[in-house]
Design a protein around this ligand. Structure first.
Ligand SMILES: [Zn+2]
Length: 199
């Protein structure tokens, strides 16, 4: 049996447990608020808007993008793939490049005779196509703290920047693949269009 004081403590404890449980639910909910979006989700086709101001909310979203990219073992991920039409993409660590967020990215230069390279996309599982792109790229973007940076590359990262920037303009590898790839991937693309893709 409880004295009335103990009774109050029990009530307060029960109340705190409920509040904590609620907070926990909220954290879980926020944590799962973003997921990988697959073709033909319309979010992948809409042009994305520049980020007007980099806030804690932007940084939280960037962390969500890194989480999704790593869960799905991708090399890069653009914001529309995480369900938001913002001009942001992230890339995984590679050779001299640390994992990095690119906010409001733009190309300073794209040049060299176009080269054919194989590309896949997390939003188009099991599809790999050959795409012609300039091999050299210089890019400018903001990081999560709002600092402007510029990078140059003439290897895989230059191709990745172009692939991810395409996403921000609603362009997918399907739009750039060769007629031969179109034939080869036709079944897989149709399966995705019927909603048979698994994120
Ligand atoms: Zn992609």
């Amino acid at each position: 049996m409880h004295s009335s004081k103990d009774g109050q403590r029990v009530i307060v404890r029960a109340w705190l447990q409920r509040v904590n449980a609620g907070a926990y639910d909220l954290v879980v909910h926020l944590d799962r608020a973003h997921r990988l979006h697959l073709y033909p989700d319309p979010v992948l086709r809409r042009p994305s808007a520049p980020v007007a101001e980099i806030t804690d909310e932007t940084r939280a979203f960037v962390q969500e993008m890194f989480r999704i990219m790593r869960e799905k073992k991708g090399f890069g991920l653009a914001a529309p793939q995480a369900g938001r039409n913002l001009r942001i993409f992230v890339t995984e660590e590679h050779e001299d490049f640390p994992a990095r967020a690119y906010i409001n990215p733009s190309f300073i230069a794209l040049d060299g005779p176009v080269e054919v390279g194989e590309e896949g996309c997390l939003s188009l599982p099991d599809i790999r196509v050959h795409i012609r792109r300039p091999p050299r790229a210089a890019i400018r973007a903001l990081d999560e703290t709002g600092n402007l940076f510029e990078l140059w590359n003439d290897e895989m990262m230059a191709r990745c920047w172009q692939h991810e920037t395409d996403h921000l303009d609603g362009i997918l590898i399907l739009d750039r693949m060769s007629p031969m790839d179109k034939l080869v991937t036709r079944r897989a693309v149709r399966a995705l269009e019927r909603g048979e893709g698994h994120a």
